[in-house]
Write a protein that binds this ligand. Structure first.
Ligand SMILES: [Zn+2]
Ligand SMILES: [Zn+2]
Length: 135
């Protein structure tokens, strides 16, 4: 069981098992939403995630064209989860909101076409210029 929450503690979550994947997203929308250089996302089955607290939602249109529901704490604004119309049943959890980040190990980088210039990627990392096809 892994757990996490927002900055103010109003929203808490827990999920069973290990993430299906961990990816770094360098898309321009993730940069805007996070106020940082990228998002680190854990792909978790929605059925395994329990959320407590009030989550607000912004309906975004991702650069891939998919509808992306970006969920954040209604009080402190911490980005917590995203759900994409292109990946039903999957929730992306922002890795920085985990209570314990020691096991986070990104396996791929996506949208490297919009990566900030200073960000270095390990040469052997799996990289995609845009969104890899789901499946
Ligand atoms: Zn909060
Ligand atoms: Zn992104």
């Amino acid at each position: 069981m892994s757990s996490g929450g927002c900055l103010c503690g109003s929203v808490r979550y827990a999920f069973e098992g290990r993430p299906k994947f961990t990816g770094v997203c360098h898309c321009a929308h993730c940069q805007k939403q996070s106020g940082s250089a990228f998002s680190v996302n854990l792909g978790v089955s929605e059925a395994k995630l329990t959320v407590m607290g009030e989550v607000a939602e912004y309906q975004d249109t991702a650069e891939s064209g998919a509808t992306l529901f970006r969920r954040f704490c209604a009080r402190c604004g911490s980005p917590l989860f995203s759900v994409s119309s292109s990946a039903p049943g999957l929730v992306y959890i922002k890795a920085g909101t985990l209570d314990d980040t020691s096991t986070v190990q990104p396996g791929m980088h996506v949208w490297t076409a919009s990566k900030q210039a200073w960000v270095g990627i390990e040469a052997d990392a799996l990289q995609f210029q845009q969104q890899p096809s789901a499946g």
